[in-house]
Design a protein around this ligand. Structure first.
Ligand SMILES: NC(=O)c1ccc[n+]([C@@H]2O[C@H](COP(=O)([O-])OP(=O)(O)OC[C@H]3O[C@@H](n4cnc5c(N)ncnc54)[C@H](OP(=O)(O)O)[C@@H]3O)[C@@H](O)[C@H]2O)c1
Length: 324
């Protein structure tokens, strides 16, 4: 089969790789579309290796058609159209997937749209509603609001009754986030978000912050959180080392939660995906929540697609079409 290969200099090419073999509890999927995640940019440079046992090929999600099922799989049939959360292997013509990590495609969506869903909706759902136990009316800050995860988070907040504030890199992104349902936001290149977020908090404080930035935002985040507030750290784009005031943590009973999705077991991921299919997929089928696709490129243009994501200009997802 064909797959995206990485050479010694971290260059990408669409070349030949072995077709994966499936285990008894897996399905083999013919990939029609996959999508880029920020983590892929690090993996190609050797900074975010695949978890033990996962494919070395990049790609944390896909949409496609089931072409083979393992002997103990009863939940899927050959010919089913699915989208899936992967530990790796999506940048290829075929991928082997634990059957419990595949989901039906919400009705009405194309393969390209379905490939935009698994990683960012699973990340936003897991961290907002499971890790941070967000309840209706609580106020949320989503940093990198126009990212794949951010655009999923905004729509989930709107759909489940949570006002949200975003930080973004330009005014066009801010307008897009407000269009999607954010109440307000701040351009990170125009100074601290503290003042605008304080106005958004309106005296009650922020209940939950979903933060892929880390060090650079930690002190402002802690200042903004209400008593009992939760900060979920999902990335370190703004650094991993910081000095902090611990007294404030105790006084406000703040919880700081670190979270990654990829390294969780198939069973742990399935808990998140089952909730998504149950609670979120109907809202996607009805059009209330949408996959946000910035650009679709053929997988042979994977270098251009990575450069586009790295440019910080995208809103939502960059999709790689594998219909070659
Ligand atoms: N822990 C997990 O399980 C998990 C899972 C998925 C994703 N993530 C993390 O979540 C984040 C979003 O992922 P994604 O794939 O959705 O990303 P994405 O679509 O590539 O968007 C990332 C955005 O982050 C902003 N950004 C870049 N550098 C920044 C910096 N130094 N400070 C503040 N903002 C910066 C940029 O937007 P602006 O210029 O508009 O700010 C950029 O467009 C990444 O950090 C990713 O690693 C974590």
């Amino acid at each position: 089969m064909k797959a995206v290969l990485v050479d010694q200099e971290s260059n990408l090419s669409w070349g030949e790789a072995d077709r994966p073999q499936i285990n008894a509890d897996e399905i083999l999927v013919k990939v029609h579309a996959t999508a880029i995640n920020r983590a892929d940019l690090m993996q190609r440079r050797g900074m975010y290796p695949a978890p033990a046992g996962a494919s070395e090929i990049m790609g944390l999600e896909c949409a496609g058609e089931v072409v083979e099922i393992g002997e103990s799989v009863s939940s899927w049939n050959v010919g089913d159209k699915i989208c899936a959360l992967l530990a790796g292997g999506g940048y290829a013509e075929y991928v082997a997937i634990p059957a419990i990590n595949a989901m039906p495609i919400p009705s009405g969506l194309s393969m390209n749209e379905a490939a935009a869903l698994p990683e960012v909706f699973a990340t936003a759902w897991l961290n907002l509603f499971i890790e941070a136990a967000l309840v209706p009316d609580e106020k949320v800050i989503l940093h990198a609001g126009a990212s794949g995860v951010g655009t999923a988070g905004i729509q989930l907040c709107k759909a489940f009754g949570n006002p949200c504030f975003v930080t973004v890199g330009n005014d066009e992104k801010l307008a897009a986030c407000i269009q999607l349902g954010a109440t307000a936001g701040s351009n990170r290149h125009e100074g601290s978000f503290l003042e605008k977020a304080t106005a958004f908090a309106d005296g009650t404080g922020i209940n939950v912050i979903l933060d892929p930035v880390g060090g650079a935002y930690l002190n402002e985040n802690l200042q903004l959180l209400s008593v009992g507030g939760r900060l979920v750290l999902i990335g370190l784009m703004g650094g991993s080392k910081v000095e902090m005031e611990l007294a404030m943590l105790m006084m406000k009973r703040t919880r700081i939660i670190g979270s990654t999705l990829r390294a969780r077991s198939p069973l742990e991921k399935a808990v998140v995906l089952d909730q998504l299919v149950d609670r979120v997929w109907p809202k996607i089928a009805s059009g209330e929540i949408k996959p946000i696709v910035d650009t679709v490129l053929p997988i042979a243009s994977v270098e251009d697609a990575h450069a586009l994501v790295a440019s910080d200009k995208t809103i939502g997802k960059v999709i790689l079409s594998v219909d070659v």
